[in-house]
Structures are given as C-alpha cells and as structure tokens.
Design a protein around this ligand. Structure first.
Ligand SMILES: [Zn+2]
Length: 209
C-alpha cells in the first residue's frame, strides 16, 4: 500500500515543518516529535502521542522558566493573553507544576491570568492559587507518575533522524542518528544552532579574538 509513496525532498520537509510551527503557534520549542505519514499519496504531519507527551512537558517547563526569568529580572506582570487558547492539557499540566513548585511568587501571574481566561481554566487557576496560599501538601505521587511515564515514552523512541529547530535563525536542520550517537558519546547536549549559524558563530568568535 505504501509502495507508491512519493518521498519528500528536504526543502519540502522544511517548508511543511515551518507551516506546522505556525499552526501550532508555540514559541521556544526545541524539538518536535513530528512524523510524516502517507495517507494515500498525500504526506501528512502527525504528532505522535508519545511525542506529544514529551513535547508538552518540555513546553510547560519552558513556560515556567520564562516566569522564573521574569521574576529574576523583576519585570512587571505581562499581558497574560498569551496563555489563552493554548492546548488545554498543556495548560492543566502547567498549573499542576505550579502547584508542585509551591512557589508563591507565581501568584501575581496567576491572578492576572485568571482575569482573562475561560471559565474552566479560571476555576483551575483559582484552585492553584488557593493551593499555593494554603501551603497544602504537594501531591508528589502525581509528579513521580508523570516522570516515569515520560521516561518510558523516551525509551520507546527508536533512534531516528530528527529535525531540530535552530535557536538563532529558526530554520530546521537535520540531526542524524549518527550525529546523535556521536554527541551522546562525547557527552554533548543536542546542538542548538543549525550548521550555518554555528559556522558563522565560530567565525565571529575568531574575529573577536
Ligand atoms: Zn540557524
């Protein structure tokens, strides 16, 4: 059945991933567990369920990291509309992690956010604020369960080429299985920049010296 499938060129894959990024409209993401499947002759982008579980967890951590950065920089509470109309599962996970953090400094953000979101989300935000204010014991079992599940999902991934997103220019670049193994052996973290930005950076450093 899939014998007839037409392979996409690298340029096509890049264009599709870029469009997917805009559709999903979430910033600051490094790695998308997207896969391209062929339905008949049409290439289709799918978010694997395991992939989404990991992705969502990463996105939530990045959102919280942003709050931490704002707190550290003593920035005023921003317009919280950016959290409206996000994936509901992700938002609830964010609220769970906030609860688990037991960090009362998040409350001003929650108060602002509560004003602008939908009823169900507002109720969840309110419960989170109350939990932070009351110092109620944190349910660490839920967090542990979540981590186990993510670890299992990560283990379940066959090594495969992945398309990473460059932090600098936003372009996708291929991080092959071979490169992944090399990086892992060397104890390096995944590359954050595409090869051309990396090369440019090396040049800049060279010139600065
Ligand atoms: Zn780049």
């Amino acid at each position: 059945m899939t014998q007839e499938k037409k392979q996409l060129s690298e340029a096509d894959i890049r264009a599709i991933l870029r469009a997917a990024d805009e559709l999903i409209a979430v910033g600051g993401r490094r790695l998308l567990f997207l896969d391209i499947e062929y339905s008949g002759k049409l290439p289709m982008i799918v978010f694997t369920e395991r992939g989404w579980e990991i992705e969502r967890d990463q996105m939530v951590d990045e959102l919280l990291q942003e709050w931490d950065d704002w707190l550290a920089a003593e920035k005023p509470v921003p317009d919280m509309h950016y959290l409206k109309d996000r994936n509901r599962g992700m938002i609830l996970l964010l609220l769970d992690k906030i609860k688990e953090s037991n960090n009362e400094r998040y409350i001003p953000y929650l108060n602002e956010w509560e004003k602008i979101d939908y009823k169900k989300v507002r109720a969840a935000i309110r419960r989170t604020i109350q939990a932070l204010e009351s110092d109620e014991p944190v349910d660490l079992d839920a967090a542990r369960e979540r981590n186990t599940s993510i670890q299992q999902a990560l283990r379940g991934f066959e090594p495969r080429d992945v398309w990473l997103k460059c932090w600098e220019c936003g372009e996708r670049f291929l991080f092959t299985v071979g490169e992944q193994q090399f990086y892992k052996q060397k104890g390096f973290v995944d590359p954050k920049r595409c090869p051309s930005c990396r090369a440019k950076r090396d040049d800049d450093i060279w010139i600065d010296d």
